[in-house]
Design a binder for this molecule. Structure first.
Ligand code: GLN
Length: 474
């Protein structure tokens, strides 16, 4: 009920694309209450959850925040949705996002941008609890407001605003960790293949993973254990022998070697973030951990490499949206060719169309080796950087999640900041290239009073150790 109230109070932050009908919610709440009475309550019994609108939900609109899928109602649930429902979770709604998960701001959505809940606390009051709808309207019309990050901005904002206790995002290049960092919540990107992608509408199949947003590291571990495991419906899903994951309460820091990649010390990084990174490294060292600088020489190429590979997979994936089987159909009285063109022109935003075009260009016979194959080789080198660091005895890496606290909307949308916006993913894309797990956790406040976060990453399937250190730092 408290979450429901928060949802109503924060509606103008544009967090949800669709909300579960209150009669349905009531029915589920009653059945959960009975389960508690009978003693049959399951792991997530009665827990309010939200899903990004790119997870298929049976009988419920799933739009990817795109006009192209404005009328798409999937006939099946994504495996993540099924597992949460089976564990007793209650889905309160589907969250707003960048169209087809392309972006880092949650501004490029067909239903308008997500507004960061921290706008309600900066600078006028101390707690989101005091948010009144007039305050929210003021933010919406004010030219000065902070973005939620993206592309899973709705999911991060949903947890930060208290509308649910956990939310699912997707993470292809940082889309769960980036908004989690800007909204001051915990964002987990598990090892590639640990969580099923079945029913998660694909962006880049070779990098997509469902991401988990929670308030605490402990909640993150609970959610991970509910949803991890092999799924026959996803050919890249791994066997379930790696879970359950445990947070160790008596972590022995003196046995840990933490690496700080020197290439991540970027000039564009804000002073606040740099300071938090150094301070946290000092705390770990004082507590007995071995902390040392490491080198990941190829990480600097990750943004370029990510975008070439992303566009190529997009060019292939997005061929399915032709206006024939489902989604937006425009100009049916025209020829088939024109129907495709019109539907795709009207259905996709500029970012999506741009990536489809770029991807087809990179994949042209004359360009294939120059772009696609080369980017794959660079991806291999980035993965090797992780391997060599971890095989040299480093257990976990500590880096910032984002270059700064949540950017202002006006800064983020300036035309000449386009490439600086892409650079937002500089610390997060490497983990997707290598398929390794990473977690972002809020550890401080910037001068503006906005959350700033650090990221811990580790070798494949090192979730238990990663979560344990995150819990220690929390
Ligand atoms: N910002 C990146 C992009 O635009 C990452 C997106 C994601 O992780 N879904 O592609």
């Amino acid at each position: 009920h408290a979450c429901q109230q928060r949802l109503e109070k924060t509606r103008k932050l544009n967090i949800f694309i669709s909300e579960t009908q209150s009669e349905d919610l009531l029915r589920q709440i009653q059945s959960s209450e009975q389960a508690y009475v009978k003693g049959t309550a399951k792991a997530l019994e009665g827990i309010p959850l939200a899903f990004k609108d790119n997870f298929c939900t049976q009988g419920v609109h799933t739009t990817c925040a795109s006009k192209m899928l404005f009328n798409y109602v999937p006939p099946y649930d994504a495996t993540m949705v099924t597992k949460c429902k089976e564990a007793g979770g209650i889905i309160v709604g589907k969250t707003n996002m960048d169209e087809f998960a392309m972006g880092s701001g949650s501004l490029d959505s067909s239903v308008g941008p997500v507004i960061n809940p921290w706008n309600l606390t900066v600078p006028t009051s101390n707690s989101t609890e005091t948010a009144s709808s007039s305050e929210i309207s003021a933010i919406e019309t004010s030219p000065v407001w902070y973005i939620a990050g993206g592309s899973s901005g709705g999911s991060a904002a949903a947890v930060a605003a208290g509308t649910c206790l956990a939310a699912f995002g997707s993470d292809t290049g940082g889309s769960t960790r980036n908004p989690a960092s800007h909204c001051g919540v915990v964002g987990l990107k598990p090892t590639y293949g640990l969580l099923s992608r079945h029913g998660l509408i694909p962006l880049v199949n070779s990098m997509d993973v469902p991401g988990i947003v929670t308030k605490t590291v402990e909640d993150s571990a609970i959610m991970l254990n509910v949803v991890a495991g092999h799924d026959i419906m996803d050919s890249t899903s791994v066997s379930s022998t790696h879970s359950p994951f445990h947070i160790s309460r008596d972590l022995d820091l003196s046995k840990l070697h933490i690496g700080l990649p020197k290439e991540f010390q970027r000039l564009e990084m804000s002073e606040d973030v740099l300071l938090l990174w150094k301070k946290t490294a000092d705390i770990l060292e004082k507590a007995g951990a071995k902390v040392s600088e490491v080198s990941m020489p190829h990480a600097q190429y990750c943004i370029l490499c990510y975008h070439v590979l992303c566009c190529c997979e997009v060019a292939s994936n997005f061929a399915r949206y032709d206006g024939i089987e489902y989604g937006l159909r425009y100009g049916s009285e025209l020829s088939t060719e024109e129907l495709y063109a019109e539907s795709r022109h009207k259905g996709f935003n500029n970012v999506v169309r741009g990536r489809i075009l770029a991807g087809n260009y990179f994949l042209l016979k004359k360009n294939y080796n120059k772009y696609f194959i080369k980017a794959q080789k660079v991806r291999r080198l980035i993965s090797k950087d992780f391997k060599s660091v971890f095989s040299s005895g480093v257990d976990l890496l500590l880096t910032p999640t984002t270059l700064s606290d949540a950017p202002l909307h006006s800064w983020f949308t300036q035309e000449d900041n386009r490439t600086r916006c892409e650079e937002q993913d500089i610390f997060t894309t490497p983990a997707n290239m290598a398929g390794v797990p990473a977690i972002s956790l809020p550890l401080g406040l910037s001068k503006q009073g906005l959350p700033i976060s650090l990221q811990i990453s580790g070798p494949h399937f090192s979730e238990s150790l990663m979560l344990s250190l995150a819990h220690w730092l929390e």
